[in-house]
Ligand binder design. Structure first.
Ligand code: GLY
Length: 401
């Protein structure tokens, strides 16, 4: 089954069960300054869970389904293994008071076992922790569907999801595992978590589910990793480097949603991805044209037709940043070859240790000592600048310590 068919099957399945199919939002969240990128399907629907917006008025339904473009870079070091990616699509069904646990679990079971013909290894439910009780209701529902099913119970670290950012809707989860992989996370949004971590009950209980399409496709197509599925085929034909394929793919999606490389926030994350991609390409002696070809393969992927309209600009941003970086890196490395300490790659070229390690030999302990020293010097310099500004005293309140 092709990835396009799996995505469509999911959306049609929920459409037939009273859901309105909604397009993916941008990877740059529209009204949520607490996060840099969209990390889950529910993010564009946050106001509907907390009563700040009316789904019936806006979508004609309390129940929605989507395939959302997501960016998560917290696991960037894991990229290249069998299942971690910095960009992925998340299939999700959502409800803001329309249905609750029974329907959500029964439909998830039906979709996985009947529509996709997969066998569930086991499911997990919330074991109860602090003042959130054990999820006995989900346990009963699973047993009523399949008395033989293995049910594991875990606490807040594993079976409780959200909020995205500092505050928001969240709740206990039940998760479905196939071939040892967590494929589907079903969240019962019953709570609102405040900035101080306190939970209050939401007036209307909501459903929020997330199923990573790339992982699901790996399980359906029975490949060894996500990179061998049809979703990555045209990219991996150009380069074996999974890191290059992943990072350029994510960069293309970021750029087409308006992110440009910079030294802060989203722009910095994009810059870091492009630089990492270049450094890995360089390590396997691939030229910059490989990065251009991978970007073109993402843009030309049959699943992502809407990337076409940004194609020229996207490739220009990708290659512009990479060429600039290549020049700086070559100049810095020349200085190192001539005997300069590799630390200048940080002080003069702004490269982080993880990149410097990839391009030259570094004494890590020495580098870290130099880094500490550098930080001290910068804070002294900063204080001196500050005291000059406030007339000789480092304390703006005038001598109180
Ligand atoms: N919102 C559910 C998930 O991202 O897993």
């Amino acid at each position: 089954m092709h990835s396009g068919e799996i995505r469509q099957k999911f959306l049609s399945f929920f459409e037939k069960r009273g859901h309105k199919v909604v397009s993916s939002a941008s990877v740059v969240p529209a009204n949520d300054p607490s996060v840099l990128f969209t990390t889950a399907g529910m993010q564009q629907f946050k106001p509907y869970y907390i009563g700040g917006a009316d789904a019936v008025k806006d979508f004609g339904s309390l129940n929605l389904a989507s395939s959302q473009k997501c960016v998560r870079t917290s696991d960037i070091e894991e990229v290249g293994d069998k299942s971690h990616l910095t960009f992925f699509e998340m299939l999700g069904n959502f409800s803001f008071g329309g249905y609750w646990k029974k329907e959500a679990i029964e439909w998830a079971h039906e979709f996985i076992t009947k529509e996709l013909g997969l066998t569930i290894d086991y499911v997990s439910i919330f074991a109860g922790e602090v003042n959130v009780p054990e999820d006995k209701e989900s346990e009963e529902i699973w047993k009523s569907i399949d008395p033989e099913i293995t049910i594991k119970k875990f606490g807040r670290a594993d079976n409780f999801w959200g909020p995205t950012g500092e505050e928001g809707p969240c709740g206990p989860t039940t998760e479905i595992y196939v071939d040892g992989i967590e494929v589907w996370n079903i969240v019962f949004n019953e709570y609102y978590q405040n900035k101080d971590g306190g939970l209050t009950s939401l007036k209307v209980r909501g459903i929020d589910t997330g199923m990573g399409l790339e992982r699901l496709v790996k399980v359906v197509q029975q490949t060894d990793s996500v990179f061998e599925t049809d979703m990555f085929e045209s990219l991996i034909q150009i380069t074996d480097s999974r890191i290059v394929a992943d990072h350029i793919r994510t960069s293309v999606f970021m750029i087409s949603d308006g992110v440009i490389p910079s030294n802060t926030d989203r722009g910095y994350i994009l810059r870091r991805l492009l630089r990492r991609a270049y450094v890995h390409a360089r390590k396997i002696e691939a030229g910059t044209e490989v990065l251009n070809s991978v970007a073109a393969a993402v843009i030309n992927h049959p699943s992502y037709r809407n990337l076409y309209s940004f194609a020229a600009n996207t490739k220009e941003v990708v290659m512009g940043e990479i060429e600039k970086f290549k020049k700086a890196l070559d100049a810095g490395l020349k200085q190192v070859e001539k005997g300069e300490d590799p630390f200048i790659l940080f002080t003069s070229y702004g490269l982080p240790l993880e990149i410097i390690e990839e391009v030259t030999t570094v004494d890590k302990e020495k580098f870290e000592r130099q880094m500490e020293e550098h930080k001290k010097m910068s804070s002294v310099a900063g204080e001196q600048k500050f005291s000059a500004k406030v007339g000789g005293s480092a304390n703006p309140e005038g001598g109180k310590n």
